[in-house]
Ligand binder design. Sequence first.
Ligand SMILES: NC(=O)c1ccc[n+]([C@@H]2O[C@H](COP(=O)([O-])OP(=O)(O)OC[C@H]3O[C@@H](n4cnc5c(N)ncnc54)[C@H](O)[C@@H]3O)[C@@H](O)[C@H]2O)c1
Ligand SMILES: [Fe+2]
Length: 386
Amino acid sequence: MHAQFNVPSTIIVAGGASQQLAAQAVRLGGRRALLVTDATMVATGLAARCAEQLVAANIPTTIFSDVQPDPTDRNVAAGLALLRREKCDLVIGLGGGSPMDAAKVIAVAATNDAPLRDFAGYHRIPKPGLPLVLIPTTAGTGSEVTKAAVITDTEREVKMMMLDAHLLANVALVDFELSLTMPASLTAHVGVDTLTHGIEAFVSRKANALTDPLAEQCIRLTAGNLLTAWAEPGNRPAREAMMLAACLGGMAFANSSVCLVHGMSRPIGAIFHLAHGLSNALLLPEITRWSLRGAVARYAQVARGVGAAPADAPDESAAAALPAYLETLNARLGIGRLRDFIKADATVFGQKLPAMAEAALASGSPQNNPVVPSADEIIDLYRKVW
Ligand SMILES: NC(=O)c1ccc[n+]([C@@H]2O[C@H](COP(=O)([O-])OP(=O)(O)OC[C@H]3O[C@@H](n4cnc5c(N)ncnc54)[C@H](O)[C@@H]3O)[C@@H](O)[C@H]2O)c1
Ligand SMILES: [Fe+2]
């Protein structure tokens, strides 16, 4: 076996965990904080409540709220400039994957003087970043516990995947109460992202004994709670289970890998600006159908975990039931076909496909898939999900 496992040294999972922000900031020795977040968190007052906690602990705090969904190199540059101007020595990321990823990269950009492009890929960040606390409000990307960040290179229209242990938070505060305000469509999109993390971590060529139990529990919790959280936003047990599933899924995929779904999803996000979870969801059933033959026993285990096949079903028939289960889940969550969400016609989509297939392969994720596709096969798969 070969396994390397990196997670934050402190992960606190509890309703109300975000109220421990100031205590954790003090423990990390922070003297001036940059709170990286987005406009929604300012509008709901959550950003101000976090800042007040820090100020009460004698940590003056500057709020940077210009992170857009699917954060860009420009968002990171603006946040870094503010951090330098205000002489901050501690970074807090508050929000969904977008503010958390921006916070991670701002924290390492503060100590590594290099263009962001140099950080793209695996283990390309030379020095540790500033101390970092992450607080997720979606359930979710799991970014609070991962050593990954995704930042769009605006010039090249590419989502740069960065993976390095220096991107890990020192502290993750996982507080499901912050997710209670998610509207139904967001709950659906980020929830299928979580399920995709669990499934891809489990079927990946890099799956290992440390990540398997986390991935399986992520899958079971998501299957058991996503529809309830979607239908009943105030259902606390379902929200709590989904927040935990997202955290487990993050630990699993970051120490195994994501595969073809994420590989093909990033180019859709970079070019057509679809939300990350939504583009994953649109791909997941068809990519699963195509990949089954590479890992029948593993997909069978996933199918049993979500309840798509009985516990005693043979591998072949259990695995074969999974794509239809995923299609039904999408349908119940109101997730249709790719063409319903892209503001471009089939011709424009077709013209972009060769570059999208190339970007998917360049990310490295498809190479971990149970069946490794060629560029032409990726193009065919994009056409199938259109
Ligand atoms: N680093 C990683 O390990 C990792 C893993 C998966 C995805 N990602 C990245 O994460 C990003 C997507 O993150 P996301 O899906 O969490 O969405 P997001 O952070 O982009 O947020 C989407 C929208 O939801 C709003 N929102 C967030 N929390 C809310 C709440 N509690 N109530 C109401 N509205 C809320 C935000 O303000 C925003 O408008 C993508 O850029 C993706 O590439 C990173
Ligand atoms: Fe994801």
